[in-house]
Design a protein around this ligand. Structure first.
Ligand code: F6P
Length: 326
């Protein structure tokens, strides 16, 4: 394949703490390898609308510790149409961009896969999402920071829950995945996690709560993963309230606070490694793959596999949470 002279880089979909660190790594590794870097603003939207700026190493100075993304992000409707993707390709040609590095999650890689099937452009993905729901990588950038944000919030909720002897249902993000809710429940000592991967029948939930609440404890915290399957924290709380009107129940939806903040050390390191690995992948003629990490080793995962939506959840964690919540 012809040598890649210029790469385009974009951040797309929901932002994740560590995206800036990954952008820094991609930019610096590309320049280190003799490539030019064009930053594309607002994800695929910037490709469709031609919002592009050449980046030098100093454009990514002092951003490793910042949440969000300095080149902005968006979910782009136009890019889901063939006409939109043609415009995007025209922009690539206009700017002489030979390859793309896309930072994002499931939607970003679905778009990349589609684009790569229509046009002859090598694309490498860097997994950035707090949901940790991409297959083929043990961790995604942003997940560790979000986990710590949830734990910090739950620690605070515990103070008031215990003072008032209340039962709290705390809704955690994750799109359709329970990784964040389950691991945050373990790390914060929550009584239970209601997650889409494990069906928890009404009576079982009551049992879990009753086994601790008012028996050995005077307050409880249950983390609920947002999802159509769980119905969210309010739905679960309503169910429990109708069965146990004696409980003093409260609901907290953590929301977008989980997406912000300075990335943790783990996320900064992962972002630096995967950002640099994306450029190595292009140098090695890889195309249409996500760079990921498995057992601490860098791996290349085809987009089709990464977006498969069947990342296994470790059932041992579910059992441990149950055992420790008595
Ligand atoms: O994929 C990341 C995520 O934060 C999900 O956890 C959540 O369901 C979704 O994005 C929220 O998206 P938006 O920012 O568009 O409301």
């Amino acid at each position: 394949m012809a040598k890649i002279k210029t790469i385009g880089v974009l951040t797309s979909g929901g932002d994740a703490p560590g995206m800036n660190a990954a952008l820094r790594a991609v930019t610096r590794a590309a320049i280190y390898n003799g490539m030019r870097v064009k930053a594309i603003y607002r994800g695929y939207k910037g490709l469709v609308l031609d919002e592009i700026e050449e980046f030098q190493t100093q454009n990514v100075s002092n951003i490793i510790h910042h949440g969000g993304t300095i080149i902005k992000t968006a979910r782009c409707k136009e890019f889901t149409t063939p006409e939109g993707r043609q415009l995007a390709y025209d922009t690539l040609r206009k700017h002489k961009i030979d390859a793309l590095v896309v930072l994002g999650g499931d939607g970003t890689f679905t778009g990349a896969k589609c684009f790569a099937e229509e046009f002859d452009v090598p694309i490498v993905g860097v997994p950035c999402t707090i949901d940790n729901d991409l297959c083929g990588t043990d961790y995604t950038i942003g997940y560790d920071t979000a986990l710590n944000t949830v734990i910090d919030a739950v620690d605070k909720i515990r103070d008031t829950a215990s003072s008032h002897e209340r039962l709290f249902f705390v809704e955690v993000m994750g799109r359709d995945a329970g990784f964040l809710a389950l691991n945050a429940a373990l790390a914060s000592g929550a009584e239970a996690a209601v997650i889409p991967e494990v069906s928890i029948k009404d009576d079982l939930l009551s049992e879990v709560i009753q086994s601790g609440f008012r028996k050995t404890k005077n307050s409880s915290i249950v983390l609920v993963a947002e999802s159509e399957v769980t119905g969210g924290a309010q739905t679960v709380a309503n169910r429990v309230k109708s069965e146990h009107p004696e409980y003093d129940v409260r609901v907290v939806v953590l929301g977008h606070i989980q997406r912000g903040g300075s990335p943790s050390a783990a996320d900064r390191i992962l972002a630096s490694r995967l950002g640099a690995a994306a450029i190595t992948a292009l140098v090695e003629d890889q195309r249409n793959v996500m760079v990921g990490v498995q057992n601490d080793e860098i791996v290349y995962v085809p987009f089709a596999k990464a977006i498969k939506d069947d990342k296994p959840l470790d059932m041992e964690l579910v059992r441990t949470l149950r055992a420790l919540s008595i």
